[in-house]
Design a protein around this ligand. Sequence first.
Ligand code: FNR
Length: 190
Amino acid sequence: SDLTFLAISGSLRRSSHNTGLLRAMQSLAPDGVTIDLYSGLGTLPFFDQRLEGGPEPAAVANLRRHVREADGVIIATPEYNSAIPGVLMNALDWLSRPTGRHALRHKPVAVLGASPSQFGTARGQLVLRQILHRIETPVVAHPEVTVFQSHRRFDADGAFSGDPVTESLLRALLAELVVLTQRHSPARTA
Ligand code: FNR
């Protein structure tokens, strides 16, 4: 049956390589897989526990609904100071609530990232995996898609120039997310 994945870029930058990576993934998606790009990360208020008592901010409710309705989530993250950007952490803090029955609990996730360095967000992705593990979110184990030397692969508008190795990794990651989604589907039969 058809699957819909929500793609979240950890970068607000207009020509973001990570957003470009998600756009490339959209165009490589096989039949039956739709990838919707979430663009509201910058509209989320800073998480404040005091806000949990009152009506939920509209931007937060919107993100939660998108995550709940998706069969899985794809997170492409920059690496900031060997970790993840604050805007992405902020979104994860919102999404991790309420503990134990939040929108990302048992929601299959694929992570990837692009950076101009030689390591292609490897350290940042480890941080992201650790956070997702803590909130009971299953994550595709491999392939690990660390797009290094991203400045050679994306143009000034952030569009991916398309190299065969990266494209096959993107396809493989998507295929593994489909497998993980089927494993976590309540409707599975075997
Ligand atoms: C970076 N960058 C970076 N790169 C990296 O490989 N390891 C790192 O630890 C960091 N740290 C870091 C901190 C901060 C505050 C900034 C602004 C940048 C560089 C980063 O990978 C580069 O700017 C990417 O292009 C950001 O991703 P987007 O916006 O292109 O998706």
